[in-house]
Design a protein around this ligand. Structure first.
Ligand code: UGA
Length: 456
């Protein structure tokens, strides 16, 4: 079966490249001529481990191509995946304009198509959206579910491990307008040994939000414990969370050893979550809940507020140690997490802006994300960019670790001591050895404050 994909962004390109690896001929549609040209030359327009190599091979094998012509791509395929962006509109809601445009263009393309066609929503959309889009397309084409079926098939790809996440999925969620549509989509995943969950369209949509908001909640929960540990004093949140994780309901024992659950990676305190998904999805679900249904989602509110507070709290740990005015501060990491160049909603953005507003001079250091950082802040007084941590730390008065790139986590106290004018380090990810660093230099870390004082 031929596949067309609307949107050659992160989700579209990974999905397309992986389906073509499974043997399906794929055409990816994008508005951007330059992106289309680069893809057809076998180049990936952004960094994701393994994607460039996969894409180059599939393009060469004639199984993957890109085009700006949506009509032709849709007509010559049996299934179209909608993978366009759903950015935040303002602060909260999601912007559906790209989805609507894609559906309208698809309606035009499918009007005179004779054979059955399946439309699959991959973009993350709030519950109810795919149904609305199906109705819109059916009205515009004069067709019904028997001729154009709809599915909602959420993606669970993590940046940095997206190819492995796609090719070895833990579950495949298929929300379907009807059984024919679901069967059609299920046939594409036939060779994948994963649990398949068939639901209606809106359930599949909420599963995606439930997943992202759950992991965001674990991070905010960990950060709440971290703040409490700091308030009480002489408690290390790492030990607290390790003690929690060992509960056999979280880490069951099997064959004499304790299984380490994947969710433990999110039960970690730090300077907050970021990226193109967690912030957007928590906000969009809250907005849907309050504006759409007049329901006040207390837990989502707290998850969002704790994350916001944690970002600024990390900067305030530095402010407690120094007056930032005119001081050089090294920010180690601007990507929202290691192994990506993506800085969208990275906690580093708010931290850097706060530091600049406080009169500091900021040295932004990242092994991969300096391009997007330069685009964001540009060349301006008070901001400089360094690839190498040694260069960022040279003569600096303070440093904050934001992204746990291995290039930063391997640093020893001597690396700070020999370079910095005043060796002050704020560990925003809890990665450095507390004792060693505290002995050697002025060191503060999220989730631990030495000394104790009982409340009166
Ligand atoms: C996330 C989900 O994990 C994917 O399942 C989902 O498909 C994707 O969003 C999406 O909706 O497209 P991603 O944003 O790539 O994937 O990143 P994660 O690795 O899950 O990390 C999210 C954020 O949590 C990052 O800011 C990361 O630094 C932060 N994080 C993670 C913590 O702050 N602490 C942790 O312990 C773990």
């Amino acid at each position: 079966m031929k596949i067309s994909i609307i949107g050659a962004g992160y989700v579209g390109l990974v999905t397309g490249a992986c389906f073509s690896k499974l043997g399906f001929p794929v055409t990816c549609v994008d508005l951007n001529q330059e992106t289309v040209k680069r893809i057809n030359e076998g180049e990936a327009p952004f960094y994701e481990p393994g994607l460039a190599e996969l894409l180059a091979g599939q393009v060469k094998a004639g199984l993957f191509s890109a085009t700006v012509d949506l009509r032709q791509a849709a007509q010559y395929s049996g299934v179209t995946f909608v993978c366009v962006g759903t950015p935040m509109a303002g602060d909260r809601q999601i912007d559906l304009s790209f989805i609507i445009k894609a559906i309208d263009e698809l309606s035009e393309a499918l009007k005179d198509k004779k054979d059955y066609h399946l439309v699959v929503m991959k973009s993350t959309v709030v519950p109810g959206t795919t149904e609305k889009m199906a109705e819109r397309l059916w009205e515009m084409t004069g067709k019904g579910a028997g001729q154009v079926g709809f599915c909602m098939n959420p993606e669970f790809l993590r940046e940095g491990s997206a190819l492995a996440d796609f090719l070895s999925p833990d579950r495949i969620v298929i929300g379907q307008s009807d059984a024919k549509a679901g069967d059609y989509l299920a046939s594409l995943y036939e060779t994948m040994p994963a649990q398949v969950l068939r639901t209606n369209l809106r359930t599949a949509e909420l599963i995606k939000y439930a997943s992202n908001t759950f992991f965001a909640m674990l991070i905010s929960y960990s950060n709440e414990m971290a703040r409490l540990a700091e308030c009480i004093g002489d408690i290390d949140v790492i030990e607290v969370l390790s003690g929690l994780i060992l509960d056999r309901r979280i880490s069951p024992a099997a064959g004499g050893s304790i299984l380490s659950p994947g969710l433990a990676a999110y039960l970690k305190a730090g300077c907050g979550y970021g990226g193109s998904c967690f912030p957007k999805d928590t906000n969009a679900l809250r907005e849907l809940s309050t504006k759409g249904y007049d329901y006040n989602p207390l837990l989502l509110d707290a998850v969002i507020a704790i994350n916001e507070r944690q970002i600024y709290h990390t900067v305030s740990l530095l402010y407690k140690e120094m007056d930032p005015r005119g001081k050089e501060i090294a920010v180690l990491g601007v990507a929202f997490k290691p192994d990506t160049e993506d800085i969208r909603e990275s906690p580093a953005i708010k931290m850097i802006d706060r530091l600049l507003a406080g009169g500091a001079k900021v040295r932004i250091c990242d092994p991969r994300a300096l391009g997007p950082a330069r685009k964001h802040w540009g060349e301006r007084p008070g901001v400089s960019y360094c690839e190498d941590p040694g260069e960022a730390l040279k003569g600096a008065h303070g440093a904050i670790l934001v992204t746990s790139w291995p290039q930063f986590t391997c640093l020893e106290p001597e690396d700070f001591l020999k370079n910095m004018a005043t060796p002050l380090l704020i560990d925003g990810r809890g990665v450095y050895d507390r004792e060693k660093f505290s002995r050697a230099m002025n060191f503060r870390v999220i989730g631990y404050r030495p000394g104790s004082k009982n409340p009166a």
